[in-house]
Write a protein that binds this ligand. Structure first.
Ligand code: BGC
Length: 384
């Protein structure tokens, strides 16, 4: 079986009867459905024509939002009244297959996945020509829209589940794309969305730029009144302030592909991508998350290699895209499984043992890795 076929199969196997998509069934800490991972996976399902699976996911996610909409409402009410968010005034980043919050402590206040969900839903509606899905889930789409349009200035964990005291350019890009997609789906929101997305872009361009590049993360000069009062974690986080402002960060690919927050010739975006290519793409290898990464020793991430390839394919750098595709393929094991990260060239080799002791071997298969590989394959097909 080719890795392409194997990946489609893995996406099928990772979805439960409820519609939830599990991040990694073999890795106990990841036996949950993350909004971030699952929304990219649903997008990959659309790209390979498996629309029913994507639909099942969107319906499951909407049911989950409905169950916890009261939390979004409470958060919005507190923000609107100029109060602080309470310790659990947010929608979680991941849920059990039954759509319940899990009882373990997790770095759960993350906004990007909800933006990605709205973005992916917009892609689904267009690709599957299924505007009718909104008859079933428009109310929940509105809940998520209102939640993001009120909370986007709140510091929250980044897409690597770190740095909760900051805003993150990647997360803002995902929110931006999600609000824009919603405005297409529900035109009565278009005017409101235009205002909020303009404000997001302005903030990214003013406070989110350092030395001509988009920062990984930044603190607001005038933080909003209501800041989440949760204990700060240093558990899985080795980024210094300097790296945060000036260092390369691979998720910033998302500002260009798929979210297109700024035009491709925006000089800050160009400089950001140049830096991440130079510093995080190991020549002939994969892509690191950021230079201070210590999670499982800081290896090369398969999904990021595919993501950079997706971006290259989009902008016509075909040979580089193909090279990344080949690298990803070479990381599959004898079962055709892709891991989360590859440990051959670690940034922090002395830090892998502690993670193996805590959680076992690196997650494999990671559904999101397979999904990003499929997206890259589909993107490259345009040139065949
Ligand atoms: C990553 C997240 C991801 C999660 C599940 C974490 O280690 O940092 O981005 O959503 O794993 O795959």
């Amino acid at each position: 079986m080719t890795l392409y076929d194997q990946s489609i199969q893995l996406l099928i196997d990772s979805q439960t009867a409820s519609g939830a998509i599990i991040a990694s069934a073999e890795f106990p800490s990841y036996r949950f459905s993350w909004f971030r991972d699952s929304s990219y996976i649903a997008y990959a399902q659309c790209r390979v024509g498996r629309f029913q699976q994507a639909r099942d996911y969107f319906i499951w996610a909407a049911q989950t939002v409905r169950r916890f909409a009261w939390k979004a409402d409470r958060a919005i009410a507190n923000i609107t009244a100029g109060k602080r968010l309470g310790p659990d005034d947010y929608l979680h980043t991941r849920y059990t297959a039954d759509g319940l919050e899990d009882e373990n402590q997790w770095w759960d206040f993350q906004l990007d996945g909800y933006g990605t969900w709205l973005w992916a839903l917009g892609e689904y509606v267009e690709l599957a020509q299924d505007g009718a899905i909104l008859d079933e889930i428009a109310d929940e789409v509105r809940v998520v829209y209102r939640y993001l349009s009120h909370l986007w200035q709140q510091p929250n964990y980044d897409c690597w589940e770190e740095l909760s005291q900051y805003l993150h350019n990647y997360s803002l890009a995902a929110i931006h794309a999600g609000l824009q997609a919603t405005a297409q789906l529900l035109p009565d929101l278009a005017q409101d969305a235009a205002g909020v997305t303009t404000a997001i872009r302005e903030l990214m361009l003013t406070e989110g730029v350092c030395d001509g590049r988009f920062s990984k993360s930044f603190a607001l000069k005038q933080p909003p009144q209501s800041i989440l009062q949760t204990p700060q974690t240093v558990y899985h986080d080795a980024t210094t302030d300097e790296q945060m402002r000036q260092g390369a960060e691979a998720s910033l690919i998302g500002l260009a592909t798929p979210y297109a927050v700024f035009s491709a010739d925006n000089p800050h975006l160009q400089a950001t991508l140049d830096q991440l290519e130079a510093m995080l793409h190991r020549p002939n290898g994969g892509v690191y998350r950021y230079l201070g990464d210590t999670y499982y020793g800081g290896g090369e991430w398969v999904l990021l290699a595919a993501w950079l390839g997706w971006h290259y394919a989009k902008i016509g750098r075909i040979e580089e895209a193909k090279k990344l595709k080949s690298w990803v393929e070479a990381q599959a094991d004898e079962n055709g499984y892709l891991p989360e990260q590859v440990s051959d060239h670690l940034l922090a080799p002395d830090r892998i043992a502690e993670w193996r002791d805590r959680w076992g071997s690196v997650a494999k298969p990671l559904t999101w890795s397979h999904a990003m590989y499929l997206i890259l394959c589909e993107e490259l097909k345009r040139y065949e």
